[in-house]
Ligand binder design. Structure first.
Ligand SMILES: [Ca+2]
Ligand SMILES: [Ca+2]
Ligand SMILES: [Ca+2]
Length: 259
């Protein structure tokens, strides 16, 4: 979680000066399940840089996966394509390796969100015209309590089950809360997987031993759909059955609730 950071100003004798990446500056970046909240490039108590690039992140290449970006960046120079959230820095020696953004959520950044040529897929932008591209959406992410810094997803959020359908769980088996990274057969956008009522058989908003007690009568084996409708809360991967893979995910949720 990167909250309220700011970068300083870089002065290079041959290249001029500037400010990059309010939270992170990297050459080759891999960031998964991260939250970037109100970071600013090039700001200190006495100085506001006019040409800050990358409100949260500036990198030459790499991957930002399942991250949420909230109100990063500023620029007083509105003509510059700075990247209110993410900026791809120029690479030496003519390298064209991409800086990729996947399964991420953006709200409240300085526009435009991206600068320097960032590849964006399966991501949600609240107020932007940059939403073209594979799997990208525009709309309200529907956070639980953004005023108090809770950027988990509410039921009905367009970010739920809208990440890359070919998501590789080996990259990140759990989300920022420690819950299974993929529930209901498809990863969500942002660092938090939506749990909803999964695993809560008795509907009391917690997953406890009573829910575990109810599981056994619901397990019907792979591909079998013989359980009652009430058992659907245990179909953690939403493939229509209740079997051992569902049990594994239920265990993880239980351990999160009672560490
Ligand atoms: Ca999901
Ligand atoms: Ca319960
Ligand atoms: Ca299942």
């Amino acid at each position: 979680m990167f909250r309220g950071n700011h970068s300083g100003r870089i002065i290079a004798p041959d290249c001029g000066q500037g400010s990059f990446g309010g939270a992170v500056i990297a050459f080759d970046l891999l960031a998964v399940n991260c939250l970037f909240d109100r970071n600013v490039p090039g700001y200190d108590s006495t100085y506001i840089e006019l040409s800050g690039r990358g409100g949260a992140v500036a990198a030459q290449r790499g991957l930002l996966k399942n991250c949420t970006f909230i109100a990063n960046g500023h620029s007083l120079d509105t003509t510059m394509p700075i990247g209110g959230a993410v900026y791809k820095m120029v690479q030496p020696f003519g390298s064209t390796a991409p800086l990729r953004v996947q399964n991420c959520v953006f709200e409240g950044q300085v526009s435009p969100l991206f600068g320097g040529g960032v590849s964006v897929r399966h991501s949600l932008q609240q107020e932007s015209t940059d939403a073209s591209g594979v799997g990208n959406l525009a709309g309200d992410p529907m956070f639980v309590d953004p005023a108090n810094g809770d950027y988990r997803l509410l039921a009905g959020s367009p970010a739920i089950n809208a990440g890359d359908p070919n998501f590789d769980s080996a990259v990140a088996p759990s989300d920022l809360d420690g819950n299974p990274r993929v529930l209901c057969d498809r990863v969500d956008m942002g660092p938090y997987e939506f749990v909803g009522s999964l695993g809560d058989f008795h509907g009391d908003q917690t997953i406890d031993l009573f829910d575990f007690g109810a599981y056994d009568a619901c397990q019907a084996g792979p591909g079998q759909q013989t359980f009652s409708e009430l058992c659907n809360v245990f179909d953690m991967d939403c493939d229509g059955d209740v079997d051992l893979p569902d049990y594994g995910k239920l265990q993880v949720l239980f351990e999160q609730a009672y560490p």
